[in-house]
Design a protein around this ligand. Structure first.
Ligand SMILES: CC(C)(COP(=O)(O)OP(=O)(O)OC[C@H]1O[C@@H](n2cnc3c(N)ncnc32)[C@H](O)[C@@H]1OP(=O)(O)O)[C@@H](O)C(=O)NCCC(=O)NCCS
Length: 181
């Protein structure tokens, strides 16, 4: 039996977003699994993607191919105002052709580090569809904890799908232990 060709893996770096990423991000947000797994709208416009790059209280992380610097995945953190200033929500996706190669993990680990150590966040939260095991597996692996389920969380192909809420908290350091979070 012919040996299955080893799956080509994409070597990536995690960097900030560039204006030139818009076409590649639009392609990722238009790919079937990303529309299925997130709240990306089918036939989304490139202008909407461009606009999303400049949203306030948002920090982008881009997984770019070492080969040609093309974006193959993204993650952004949106933090709140006022008393929610140290709470952020997370949205992420990897291009269908680059999924399952550890890119999602790299994006998550970088975002958690920068979120807690530079954005001074206390909590990072997300919502994942109840029928998305690979995403849930990944989030659990990097430390996200299940906190509850939102019924009819978002519509997909005419069906309102439930979503799990998950979150990771900044580990309490010695100082915080003494002072309290
Ligand atoms: C979910 C997603 C971001 C993960 O990124 P990725 O680069 O594919 O993830 P990784 O390769 O780093 O890790 C995937 C993990 O899930 C595991 N996995 C894959 N399919 C799985 C399944 N059906 N059940 C359980 N675990 C699964 C992989 O084995 C891997 O775990 P491992 O490192 O222990 O082997 C990406 O697949 C994606 O963008 N999907 C479409 C959009 C989406 O669902 N976004 C998240 C919305 S909350």
């Amino acid at each position: 039996m012919a040996r299955r060709a080893a799956r080509r893996t994409t070597e990536v770096i995690i960097r900030g977003v560039k204006r030139s990423d818009v076409p590649a991000l639009h392609e990722i947000m238009s790919s079937p699994n990303v529309i299925w797994g997130t709240t990306a709208m089918p036939c989304t416009s490139e202008l909407a993607v461009e606009h999303a790059l400049t949203a306030e209280n948002r920090h982008w992380f881009i997984a770019a191919s070492r080969n040609d610097d093309r974006s193959v995945g993204y993650l952004f953190l949106d933090w709140g105002q006022g008393r929610w200033r140290r709470i952020a929500s997370l949205v992420m996706a990897v291009h269908d052709n680059s999924a399952g190669q550890g890119i999602g993990r790299k994006l998550l680990e970088t975002a958690i580090h920068v979120g807690f150590q530079y954005l001074d966040l206390q909590r990072i939260e997300l919502e994942v569809y109840v029928d998305n095991p690979s995403a849930m597996h990944l989030y659990q692996k990097v430390g996200f904890v299940h906190e509850g389920t939102k019924r009819r969380n978002a519509i997909r192909e005419g069906i309102h799908v439930d979503g799990h809420m998950m979150a990771i908290l900044k580990p309490l350091d010695e100082q915080s232990k003494r002072r309290g979070p």
